[in-house]
Structure formats: C-alpha cells, structure tokens
Design a protein around this ligand. Structure first.
Ligand code: DC
Length: 210
C-alpha cells in the first residue's frame, strides 16, 4: 500500500509521515530530502542552479539513497544534517523547479515506492508520482503556524527572515502544490501530531477493510 502525504512547507508532513510509518510498520520516503540532497551537491560542485541539463545529469549520475536509519546519502556523503540548513531551504525551490530534474527524481521515487508498504511525503505524490496511492492526504496549516514550526527547526534564523523565506517557498512551490482530487485535506493548525496520525491511520484501516 502507498500512503501519499502532500502539502506545503511546515504543514507537518515529515513529523506526521515518520510517525505514521513507524506506527504502521511501513517504510518512509521523504522526497523533499532528495531535492535537498541534489541541491547540496550542486552547490558544493559550484553548478549553476539555472542549468537544467547539468542538474538533471547530476541527479541521474548521483542518486540519493536512504540507509536503514533513514539517513540521507549522496555522492558518498551523509548529508542528513547539511540539507536542513537555511541556504538549502532557500535554493532548493530553484533546483526543484526544473522539469528535467523532476523527471529523474520522480522515476527514482517510483522505484523506491514500489517495494512494499510505504508512506511517501512530498508535493506531487498523490498527483504525479503515485496517483494510484490507496490513501492520499493533503496537509495544510495557517502560514503563521507553519512559520512558528519552522522557527523551532531553524534556531539560527530570525522570525522576519523565516516568514519571507516561507512566502517565497510557497510561491515557487505553488505550481506543484495542487492537491489530488481524491486527497483528504487535513488542517493541522490546531491539531497535535498524534491526532493527525490517528486520522490517517483510520483512513488506512478503512482502505484495508475494503
Ligand atoms: O518538503 P521539503 O521542505 O523538504 O521540500 C524541499 C523542496 O523540494 C521544496 O521547495 C519543494 C520541493 N519538493 C518538490 O518539488 N516535490 C516533492 N515531491 C518534494 C519536495
């Protein structure tokens, strides 16, 4: 079974998807981490982030992998911590915007998603990567709440800069952020993580019962 969890930055996708996967004994696939890792490598190599062909070539030749502890690897380096820094937050939408990059990433995401039960988190999972997913959820939250959550994750950055970054990311991610028609929308603004996980788990059990 595939559970697709999409939604904007800060809506709670990672926390919820991880907890859900653990509860259900499913694998967890973080597709945002794949775009982040590619951005990290391209920046390290000094690649022009506007060069779609060069980026797609790197994406193809240096596939992102996840180890048994969900650590993220690219080009022989563990980038789990490096990809959560502010410079990556800012540049990843520039990389993720290129259709040729997305094509390589989506192909790989489909391969990784094919092996057994999995919770996949991203922006375009229910619409493009896995339209066949049995359960599709679209998480949303007020922008103020999302900014607050990001503050907790990025202690080094001020509230104003964070709000500006989030707005920029929302705008550049917007074209990929349409919920699937059959996705269930959950507003997490006033919910605890466990409540959101409970709701999605119930959807999974409903599907399993059918
Ligand atoms: O969810 P995140 O913040 O880790 O995502 C990082 C970036 O990657 C974000 O700008 C949107 C992009 N992304 C995407 O375009 N498609 C996905 N399936 C996942 C992430």
């Amino acid at each position: 079974m595939i559970v697709a969890i999409d939604g904007p930055a800060g809506a709670g996708k990672s926390t919820v998807a991880r907890a859900l996967a653990e509860r259900l004994g499913f694998r967890y696939l973080d597709t945002g981490a794949m775009y982040r890792a590619l951005t990290w490598l391209a920046m390290r190599e000094g690649t022009d982030l506007g060069n779609e062909t060069a980026l797609a070539t790197i994406a193809r030749s240096e596939p992102v992998t996840f180890d048994a502890n969900d650590r993220v690897w690219i080009a022989g380096t563990d980038v789990t911590a490096s990809i959560r820094k502010t410079d990556i937050d800012r540049m990843v939408p520039v990389v993720a915007r290129h259709p040729a990059v997305r094509e390589v990433m989506r192909e790989r995401q489909r391969q990784l998603g094919r092996e057994g039960d999995v919770v996949i988190e991203g922006r375009d999972i229910g619409t493009v990567v896995a339209p066949e997913a049995e359960v599709k959820v679209y998480l949303v939250a007020d922008r103020d709440e999302r900014a607050k959550r990001r503050m907790a994750d990025r202690p080094g950055i001020g509230a104003d800069a964070l709000a500006t970054d989030l707005k920029f990311r929302d705008e550049s991610d917007a074209e990929r952020m349409q919920p699937a028609e059959d996705a269930i929308e959950i507003d997490t603004t006033h919910l605890q993580v466990d409540d959101v996980v409970d709701r999605i788990e119930a959807l999974v059990h409903e599907r399993t019962a059918v």
